[in-house]
Design a protein around this ligand. Structure first.
Ligand SMILES: [Zn+2]
Length: 388
């Protein structure tokens, strides 16, 4: 028995030696096969048949842990060059490699989703991103892309179906996007005058994003349509607290609601505060009409001169010229002032009223989603000499 134990290490050494030889033989065969594929691939590459070349090269470059990054780099290069079909091919090849570590597999699915998205194949992209919702690394990014898809296809309900996952991420931007999906549905319901549906949708929007001035803006519309002016005024006041830059656009609507309530005095008190806090030219012009009505034109002129010295704006100056016209005694002076006023109006028409705070896109029309960068609620009145 002792002799047998002494022979055990010899047997092990023999087994190891034989095993190594057979692995070497297998490796050798495989390598030979690969080098044939590799050289065929190169041949196709040189004869300008790039798609066939990629097929062969992909098979030749066996995906092992250490070559994964090279595969991703190759695919990204194709995508950057606009060769989407080739990027797709490499990423699809990577997705099929089931032996890869989990992180590389997830990355492959994610990149494939991005390829499909760039190619406009939304349903396939959606399918890829949906697979990654529980991923620690790609969950948030996938949700962002899914919301981007639903925004492009105006599939607001399907975006809202992701609410649970979005709330879980606590990501402010995603919650802000979700709030705007609710606002989109509320806009449709508002057109049909579905009072309860509008309020419910907007309350949901404000839960997701308490800073959504769009939700308050829409809510004010439905209250106003139903002559509930107190509630509408409250919404406009909330907009001022939420977004002082957007507020100048609601001044006229707010004035109308206070007028309906017979509380213009309270409105002008509020608007004076707005002017003092923000220097907005819309607030200034609105307040001047109040001074003219309750006091005198000369008091209003005193006020505007002081305001223009403090903070000159072209819109303020146009209003000043208009005031001068009402006071002018001679017809020729009125005519001259009218020419100046027309000139300023034409000049202002050339200037854009809104600019996107994210990408700088300029527009004369207001959009809730920027036509250039697609960010929500970023188009606001321009500030400075030619704006507010
Ligand atoms: Zn933008």
């Amino acid at each position: 028995m002792e002799w047998l134990f002494l022979l055990l290490p010899v047997a092990m050494a023999y087994g190891w030696f034989m095993g190594r030889n057979s692995v070497k033989q297998n490796d050798h065969n495989a390598q030979q096969e690969l080098s044939i594929k590799y050289s065929t691939g190169l041949n196709y590459l040189f004869s300008n048949q790039q798609d066939k070349a990629i097929d062969y090269l992909l098979e030749a470059l066996k995906v092992e842990d250490d070559s994964v990054e090279a595969h991703f780099a190759m695919a990204n290069l194709f995508r950057r060059r606009g060769e989407l079909d080739r990027a797709l091919k490499v990423h699809e090849h990577l997705v099929q490699q089931k032996h890869l570590p989990n992180s590389a597999q997830q990355q492959a699915v994610f990149e494939l989703g991005k390829d499909f998205l760039s190619a406009g194949l939304y349903d396939r992209a959606e399918n890829m991103f949906n697979q990654l919702l529980k991923s620690k690394e790609y969950g948030l990014k996938s949700l962002t892309y899914l919301m981007q898809i639903f925004q492009s296809t105006k599939d607001w309900e399907r975006g809202i179906e992701l609410k649970k996952a979005i709330v879980k991420t606590k990501d402010k931007k995603l919650m802000h996007n979700l709030a705007n999906f609710y606002c989109e549905l509320a806009t449709i319901a508002l057109k049909k005058d579905e009072f309860i549906a509008v309020i419910e949708l907007l309350e949901n929007a404000l839960v997701q994003d308490p800073n959504s001035c769009r939700a308050n803006w829409l809510m004010a519309q439905i209250y106003e349509n139903h002559q509930q002016y107190v509630e509408a005024c409250k919404c406009y006041q909330d907009i001022y607290t939420q977004d002082k830059e957007f507020f100048p656009d609601v001044i006229d609507k707010m004035h109308h609601c206070y007028k309906e309530l017979g509380e213009e005095e309270a409105f002008f008190k509020f608007i004076r505060q707005v002017y003092e806090e923000t220097g907005s030219s819309s607030a200034l012009i609105s307040y001047l009409t109040h001074i003219e009505q309750t006091n005198s034109l000369s008091k209003a002129k005193e006020f505007i001169l002081l305001a223009l010295k403090r903070r000159p704006t072209i819109r303020g100056f146009k209003h000043f010229v208009k005031m001068q016209m009402t006071e002018a005694e001679q017809a020729s002076t009125t005519e001259n002032l009218d020419v100046i006023k027309q000139l300023i109006s034409e000049y202002l028409k050339l200037k854009h009223r809104y600019s996107c705070r994210t990408c700088g896109f300029n527009s004369s029309t207001h959009y809730w989603s920027c036509p250039s960068c697609h960010d929500w609620e970023q188009l606001k009145p321009v500030r400075g000499l030619e704006g507010e």
